[in-house]
Design a protein around this ligand. Structure first.
Ligand code: ADP
Length: 502
């Protein structure tokens, strides 16, 4: 089967056809041979049966008379035929009266105890043995005997004629050889005719495949040229037209891609320039806002501290306090915007150092104590005594943010901070029993300026930048951050930070 797969379509077609024709011819010759053989066998044996009958008739007189010499002369006469191997005459007691045959041929027909009431013959592969009984009144049969007084005729003996099949077999072999030659010749003629016609179908295909291979390799300009039948020529023209159209479409497509790429590049350059400009403006404006804001805060604090004692100034004191709080929030927002811009521009460097987590977290908890007290939350620190190599400011920023969010979004609840090391990775979990975050926003909360409910800004404060910055810091340390939360039950933020090599 593997060998067959090496052939191309045309060779396969020719081979299959040739094999089919050969098998069909072989079967035809076989059937013909068997039919002829059977007919020849039948015909020849019938002929020799008749001949044996004549032999039996001719020796009737000499057997009756017991004339041995005459019997032998008759047997010799029959044995002279080139096909007869042996001619023998037996008496009614099965004694051999006379025999003649080809020299050196001893043939035993193995007739056994066959009855000789009727003629019969035994067939071997190379010869037949024919037997015919000899009656006194023979060839008169039973009818004549009936007429003569229903007396059975006298059984005198029998004759044996052994006939060779060599002539018939030779003739059959000649027939077989000649018919084989004729069929072989016809096969060769058919093969060449079919080969010529099959070429008309397969050659265009082979040519088309060669051209298509070039197309697949991106080599343009390949065409076919078919000659012969009009429909084949028309097929070639259609194929060439199709190729030409594909090439034109490819050119159009390539041009479109080039134009579009150019447009996109221009748009990208413009957008990058605009983005740089925007970042620059935001950074500059934010930076410029910081100085007057500090001055405003300082003046507000000064006025607030110098307001006279007494209830008459309570309202003024309250307004100043609120104004100071808002100025503080604005300062924080500006700080976050500047930090966000720096992180976006990759301008924050990581300075690795050995950090003891307990110390770091204590500092963060101190910082958010006012928020915890304001919202009546309790905090539990459940970490282990571990240390890692990382940037202290960055890690602190991450923890501060998660803790302040937990404190902000939990009222009269519990906050737990848990940390441990898994190989060289610090795992930190901040769990709260606060308002929780709906499932569909678990990824969104890490986007810049995004809050679950924008109206919460007023209720809880915040800018929607905290988690975006936290994520940027975690990424900066090659870490991961994830959240799991149930609305109304609370949230768990998990951070994994790999220890840096010092
Ligand atoms: P914000 O400055 O508003 O806190 P963040 O980026 O830190 O901004 O958080 C984005 C939003 O994610 C918050 O506005 C809040 O809706 C939600 N969120 C963050 N942390 C928690 C938390 N621990 N519990 C409930 N909601 C939270």
């Amino acid at each position: 089967m593997k060998r067959f797969s090496r052939f191309d379509l045309r060779q396969r077609y020719n081979l299959a056809l040739l094999m089919t024709l050969a098998i069909a011819s072989y079967l035809l010759i076989l059937c013909l041979y068997l039919a002829i053989k059977s007919y020849a066998n039948e015909y020849t044996s019938h002929y020799w049966q008749e001949h044996t009958g004549i032999f039996a008739d001719s020796i009737q007189y000499s057997v009756t008379m017991g004339a041995k010499a005459r019997s032998e002369a008759i047997a010799n006469n029959f044995a002279n035929d080139k096909n007869v191997l042996k001619a023998a005459i037996y008496t009614s007691q099965q004694n051999l009266l006379a025999t003649a045959g080809k020299a050196g041929k001893t043939i035993d027909c193995n007739k056994g105890q066959q009855s000789f009431g009727q003629p019969f013959f035994i067939e071997a592969s190379d010869y037949w043995c024919f037997y015919e009984p000899v009656y006194q009144d023979s060839p008169a049969g039973a009818f004549e005997q009936k007429l003569a007084g229903a007396q059975a005729s006298n059984y005198l003996g029998y004759v044996e004629l052994v006939v060779s099949k060599a002539e018939m077999t030779g003739l059959l072999q000649q027939i077989l050889t000649v018919s084989g030659l004729i069929v072989g010749l016809i096969l060769v003629v058919i093969y060449f005719v079919v080969r010529r016609f099959s070429g008309n179908f397969t050659e265009p295909m082979v040519e088309m495949v060669a051209v298509l291979k070039n197309v697949a390799q991106g080599i343009p300009g390949g065409r076919v040229s078919f000659t012969g039948a009009p429909d084949i020529v028309s097929m070639g023209d259609t194929f060439n037209e199709m190729l030409a159209r594909i090439e034109i479409n490819e050119q159009i497509l390539a041009q479109k891609i080039e134009d579009r790429t150019f447009e996109l590049k221009t748009a990208l350059d413009r957008s990058e320039a605009a983005n740089d400009y925007k970042t620059h403006i935001i950074a500059t404006v934010s930076h410029e806002m910081k100085t007057p804001l500090h001055a405003i805060s300082a003046y507000l604090e000064l006025i607030h501290n110098n307001l006279p004692e007494g209830t008459d100034y309570d309202l003024s004191r309250d307004f100043h306090r609120r104004a100071m709080t808002r100025a503080g929030e604005l300062n924080e927002l500006i700080g976050n915007i500047l930090l966000h811009g720096k992180l976006n521009a990759n301008k924050v460097d990581v300075v690795p150092a050995s950090l003891t987590l307990q110390t770091l977290i204590n500092e963060c908890v101190d910082k958010i104590t006012p928020i915890l007290e304001r919202n009546r939350n309790s905090i539990k620190l459940l970490g282990q005594n571990v240390s890692i190599i990382s940037d202290a400011e960055v890690v602190k920023h991450i923890i501060n943010n998660l803790l302040s969010n937990a404190g902000k979004f939990t009222l009269a609840g519990d906050i737990k901070v848990n940390w441990w090391k898994e190989q060289s990775v610090l795992v930190l979990k901040v769990t709260d029993t606060g308002c929780g975050i709906p499932q569909q926003f678990h990824q969104k909360i890490f986007d810049s300026f995004w809050q679950v409910d924008m109206s919460m800004t007023r209720e809880y404060g915040g800018t929607g930048l905290g988690l975006a910055i936290t994520k940027q810091f975690v990424d900066l340390l090659d870490g991961e951050i994830s959240v799991s939360s149930t609305v109304g039950k609370g949230s768990v933020f998990t951070v994994r930070i790999p220890s840096q090599s010092s």
